[in-house]
Design a protein around this ligand. Structure first.
Ligand code: ZN
Length: 441
């Protein structure tokens, strides 16, 4: 297999000089093995592998148990101690020189969507293992301990909502809240956890993290389109969901003249089109506004719809910009619906504040990429990740690598060995850099 990544040990001296030159000179030149990482990706893709080349590995399923067993055995084989918390999150810890320091974590998730791909989440966990392997092979020991973390139920496809266990770690949800969540068959999260033997002790998540890095595929098309290898992720955009019910009057389509109708679907359609136009205005540039769910009642060919329910999804990297769009959205409802004789109810039912990642950690990623002269681009994540919750309780950042066509949550999801390897090398550099900056040499 080809390895076109230029692992130039002297890149930092030839390229951007680093402010911590003393630190840099004492740093080992460790190089990850992209082929070994790839082999892990392909090996673990067997657990829940689908005929179309994807993975179906729902949280706390038998397939999840299999990959968890593999993760535990592999990390223990590298000398790690693996602990499991009360919501099933796995922490593989490699001792550092000073184990009183909070660990530097590398975390993501091993669960997938029902028709998921081989990289979403898995890459971030297996890259952590590759970082450990590289350090072990070189006999390199960090000052702080290193923890590779597999967060339970990131996808939220079996147990809603998403990012449940990292949310518990961050104090967003209580453990009981998570344990009581039901899947569509009525099986509780706690029951599923017990049935695969992965309920651990509360105390195992009682520790603080010194930092967390998450490597992930971009799940969007920007890096590929701009031919960049590394996405330096500065944050996660804010998201808000609104539910709207528009009420008019059911009426016969043949017997009711146009000017006497109260057509709820016509009103909803004007709102959908109006929202799209709002997002295109200069003052709302960079905003994503979408209607992805719409239910028409009574949904009959020859009845003017008397009621429509729809959901609005608003996103922007700055919460204040979502606030501004919300004001205009509410005005739009009145403008679109009142002239049609319609009434409406509207409520914001979910709000996820924008996240700004830690500038020191972002700098570690930037330096790691510069050290290997990899083309980079700064990005704000459009999707939610475990890192978004962990950022509330520990310095956190993310690294993105391109995925083909920006496609994810799809069995055809694809990323290259070279890009996965480059992202993992930058992850390794960033972890070492972070350890040295935070904990001295
Ligand atoms: Zn993911």
């Amino acid at each position: 297999m080809s390895m076109p990544i230029a692992f130039n040990a002297h890149a930092s001296r030839l390229g951007q000089p680093r402010p911590e030159s003393m630190t840099d000179m004492t740093r080992p030149n460790l190089t990850i093995d992209p082929a070994r990482l790839w082999s892990d990706l392909m090996e673990t893709a067997r657990f829940g592998g689908t005929p179309r080349g994807g993975i179906r590995r729902l949280a706390l399923s038998e397939e999840d148990r299999q990959v968890r067993d593999w993760f535990r055995a592999t990390c223990e084989g590298l000398g790690c101690t693996v602990t499991i918390d009360d919501v099933g999150t796995m922490f593989a810890r490699r001792a550092g020189l000073d184990n009183s320091l909070p660990p530097i974590a590398i975390g993501s998730h091993l669960d997938t969507q029902p028709t998921g791909g081989r990289f979403d989440g898995v890459l971030g966990v297996l890259a952590g293992i590759e970082v450990l392997r590289t350090m072990v092979a070189a006999g390199y020991v960090t000052t702080a301990p290193i923890e590779v973390i597999n967060w339970t139920n990131e996808e939220g496809s079996r147990f809603a909502p998403a990012m449940l266990a990292s949310g518990v770690f961050a104090g967003v949800f209580t453990p009981d809240d998570a344990l009581g969540r039901l899947d569509r068959e009525g099986i509780a999260f706690g029951t599923a956890l017990d049935s695969i033997g992965y309920r651990g002790a509360v105390t195992h998540r009682a520790h603080k993290l010194g930092a967390m890095f998450e490597l992930h595929i971009e799940q969007g098309p920007i890096l590929e389109a701009e031919d960049k290898t590394i996405g330096i992720v500065t944050g996660v955009q804010g998201a808000r969901w609104h539910e709207v019910t528009v009420t008019g009057q059911d009426a016969h389509t043949g017997a009711t003249p146009m000017h006497l109708r109260k057509d709820a679907l016509l009103g909803a359609a004007r709102v959908v089109a109006g929202l799209n136009a709002l997002a295109a205005r200069p003052e709302h540039s960079g905003t994503n506004a979408s209607v992805g769910l719409l239910e028409v009642s009574p949904n009959s060919r020859n009845t003017v719809p008397g009621s429509v329910f729809f959901c609005v999804d608003l996103r922007h990297p700055l919460d204040a910009r979502i606030d501004a769009l919300e004001v205009d959205f509410r005005a739009l409802l009145a403008e679109a619906l009142t002239p049609l004789g319609l009434t409406w109810e509207e409520a914001c039912i979910w709000s996820s504040p924008a996240v700004q990642f830690d500038s020191r950690l972002i700098d570690c990623v930037r330096h790691g990429a510069a050290r290997h002269r990899l083309p980079t681009r700064e990005l704000v994540s459009g999707a939610g990740h475990d890192a978004a919750y962990i950022a509330r309780v520990a310095p956190t950042t993310m690294i993105f690598v391109p995925c083909a066509g920006g496609v994810s949550h799809n069995e055809s999801e694809s990323a290259t060995l070279e890009d996965c390897g480059a992202g993992t090398q930058v992850l390794l550099e960033a972890v070492i850099d972070c350890d040295q900056r935070m904990n001295g040499v």
